[in-house]
Design a protein around this ligand. Sequence first.
Ligand code: PMV
Length: 343
Amino acid sequence: MFTATCVAPVNMALVKYWGKRNEELILPINDSISMTLDANEMCAKTTVAASESFKENRMWLNGDEQPFQANARLQRCLDGVQRLALAHGGAHRFPLSWKVHIASHNNFPTAAGLASSAAGYACLVYTLARLYDVPLDEQLTTIARQGSGSACRSLYGGFVQWQRGSSADGSDSIAVQLSPATHWPNMHMLILVVNDARKKTGSTSGMQRAVETSALIQHRATQVVPQRSKELKVAIEKRDFNAFATITMKESNQLHAIALDTFPPCVYMNDVSHSIVNFVHEYNEEAGSLHVAYTFDAGPNGCLYVLDEHVPHLLAAIQLAFPNDAQQSVEYLKGIPVPAVAV
Ligand code: PMV
C-alpha cells in the first residue's frame, strides 16, 4: 500500500469569485484574489491510500462515507491528477489502475461560508499529487479548480490570484502566487463566528442563479473587478493597508449586493453580520483612519483584517460591542493566535 497525507489551509477572498462562464469546467466570469491562512490553523487534512487490494474508490469526509461515483467533481480531480501523472512521464511507484481510499477532515465547520470546500479540494488534489509524484504547478491548480473554484487559490500560501483565463478548455484559468505570507507578516485575519450551521444556498446554485437573473453581475465582472484587481495588487505590493481595506470591504459589499440582486434573492448575511459591518466603520471612524477591514463570503461569518499593532485594541472593542460570547480559538495568516469570537 502507498499513502500520502497533507494539510491545506483555508483561503479567504479579497476580490470575490462569484459566477461561472462554464459550469462543468468551473471557469469564472472574473479574476479573484485571496489571502491564504496559516497552514497550522483552519485547514483540511487528507490521507490517500492506494492499494492493489482495494475493490473501489472510496472517500470519507469527517468520518462519514461520501458517494464517490456520484460525485463528478471528486472523480474529475482524481482523473485530472492521474492524467498529469501520465503526462509527467509516468514515474509511478504503482499502477494507476489501483483504487484509492481517501479520508479527509476539516478542523472547522463545513459549508458555513468559511471556505471549507477550498481547503478540502486543495488538500485532496495536493495529496493525490504527492501520491502520484506530480509537481505543484499551474496545471495542478486547474485540477483543484475543477473540485471547487476557490480551491485553486489554496494551493499557494500568501496572496494568490486566480486568473479567469480566456481559453475554452480552461487551461489558462490558473492560480498564481502574488506574494508569500512573509511579504506582509504583520497582517492578521480574525474570524467572527456568527453561525456555524450549513448555509441555505450553496455557492454553486447561488452563483448559477446570480448569472441567470442579476442585472448587475456582468457589469461587476467586466467593469468593476478588473480595475479593483489591479488596485489590490498594487496595495498588496506596497503594503498599503488603507487601499487594501477599502477594496476588500467594497468587494464584500458588492458580492452581497449581487446576491440580493439575484431573483429570488440569496441572503447570506444576517443582522449580526450587518452589525459587524457597522461596528468596523464606526471603529475606523474613531481611529481616524482604516485600522480594520471586513469581508463576508457566502455565509454570515465575518473575517476581519487587521495589522499586529491594532489587534489588542480591536479585540477589546469587539468584546465590548459584542459581549457574552468570547469563545473558541481559530486563526489567521501568520503566527499570533488571536481568539475567534462567537458573536
Ligand atoms: O469555490 P466555491 O464554489 O466554494 O465558491 C466560493 C465563493 C466565495 O467564497 C463566496 C468567494 C471566493 O472567491 O472564494
